[in-house]
Design a protein around this ligand. Structure first.
Ligand SMILES: [Zn+2]
Ligand SMILES: [Zn+2]
Length: 140
């Protein structure tokens, strides 16, 4: 596999927190990319919605640096763990009881403007009406 390869299974991306001490490297393309505007995602990101990518755990090449975990409940009463840097507080990824064998990575942590776009936007009713999504993004 050429090191210049930009797509396919040879692709590697590293997500990191603001201080770059917590770093998560994954291979291949995400299983699913989505936006979520629920209250918890807005609080977790401090923004109008979360932009996240789901990778299977076997796509993880390395997790480097210290991390802290905050476990909360979901609307469906199941646990969600937010994994963040204890130094700068950056939320790099999440695990969820409802999503065994997979992790959900904060796409912003990749700082990759070419990252695949979201296929879906969840919790539309929580979303402000001042932004518009592309027609390719399914809404619920
Ligand atoms: Zn950090
Ligand atoms: Zn959400």
């Amino acid at each position: 596999m050429s090191s210049n390869n930009q797509h396919g299974p040879g692709l590697r991306r590293t997500a990191s927190c603001g201080c770059q001490r917590l770093r998560l490297t994954v291979s291949g393309e995400p299983r699913r990319v989505y936006l979520c505007a629920c209250s918890e995602c807005r609080r977790a990101t401090g923004s109008a919605f979360a932009y996240r990518a789901i990778f299977t755990e076997n796509a993880i090449i390395a997790i480097e640096g210290e991390s802290s975990v905050w476990r909360r409940g979901s609307d469906a009463g199941r646990w969600i763990e937010q994994v963040f840097c204890p130094g700068c507080g950056g939320l790099v990824f999440m695990r969820a009881e409802a999503m065994p064998g997979a992790i959900s990575i904060s796409v912003g942590s990749f700082t990759d403007p070419g990252f695949p776009p979201p296929a879906a936007s969840h919790n539309r009713s929580h979303r402000p009406d001042w932004y518009r999504l592309a027609d390719t993004v399914a809404e619920d």
